[in-house]
Design a binder for this molecule. Structure first.
Ligand SMILES: NC(=O)NCCC[C@H](N)C(=O)O
Length: 246
């Protein structure tokens, strides 16, 4: 699932970085290249209706968490992002749809699934009530809360390789010991991979030393330039949500 960036992209929220000017036309081209990379890897991209009033709507992983047959509509800790769930819900045909309700807050970017273990960042966007509600909605999963204070979301700090190894840039990871198998990477944006299937991973072009590290471990690395989204604290993971096949 992907969502095209809207005309107000440059107004997107920034919390842990200095605001920089965003080139919206370039962002559109980068988004198309991102979608092309997923398609080239064999994925079918389903486009959610754009939400042009919501500057951050392109970061489509935040309004929903999908696990097996359940889709949980999130309730962002950032009020400006809450209207994004409407269009996403319309694309969840066939799922058992649940909701995070007030006072719970949760962003999908805080949810890192490794098999049936679901690590959830307790962050500026996700609170304990939101984590507790998510655990209720996913009874088959083991939900493990982890602290996130140095970056926006848990998946801004860590993601996982195909073999389940958790990767992160140590200065930005609150507690590497929270993960059974942790691999330090040398660049901040090297912490973010989208699993393309098999040994292939998609990552940002801004982390070449980490790409070389992954290749030395036998992974096939596909890179995309997402500079305009990085200015808004976005990364490769937040631009798509993996749905099950129909
Ligand atoms: N999951 C993600 O890492 N999402 C990035 C969201 C960035 C957006 N500017 C925000 O602050 O909500």
């Amino acid at each position: 699932m992907v969502r095209r960036p809207g005309p107000r992209l440059a107004e997107g929220l920034v919390s842990h970085v200095e605001r920089q000017e965003v080139d919206v036309a370039l962002a559109h081209r980068q988004w198309s290249s991102y979608v092309d990379a997923l398609t080239a890897a064999g994925w079918t991209c389903v486009e959610v209706a754009p939400a042009d009033d919501c500057p951050d709507a392109v970061f489509v992983e935040d309004p929903v968490v999908v696990h097996r047959n359940t889709a949980v509509l999130a309730r962002s800790g950032a009020a400006s992002r809450r209207p994004e769930t409407a269009g996403v819900e319309a694309a969840l045909d066939g799922y058992d749809v649940r909701r995070i309700e007030a006072p719970g807050t949760l962003d999908g970017g805080d949810v890192l699934k490794i098999g049936d273990t679901v690590h959830v960042g307790r962050s500026g966007r996700t609170n304990d009530e939101g984590i507790a509600q998510l655990a209720t909605h996913l009874p088959d999963a083991t939900v493990v809360p982890v602290p996130v204070t140095r970056v926006l979301h848990l998946k801004s700090a860590v993601t996982a390789l195909p073999d389940g190894t958790v990767i992160g840039y140590p200065p930005l990871v609150d507690d590497p010991a929270a993960f059974a198998d942790f691999l330090a990477v040398p660049e901040e944006s090297g912490s973010h991979v989208v699993l393309l299937g098999g040994d292939a991973v998609l990552m940002a072009a801004s982390a070449p030393r980490t790409a070389a590290l992954f290749e030395s471990r036998g992974l096939r690395v596909v890179t995309v330039d997402i500079s305009e989204f990085e200015k808004l604290e976005g990364c490769v993971t937040c631009l798509s949500v993996r749905l099950r096949g129909r």
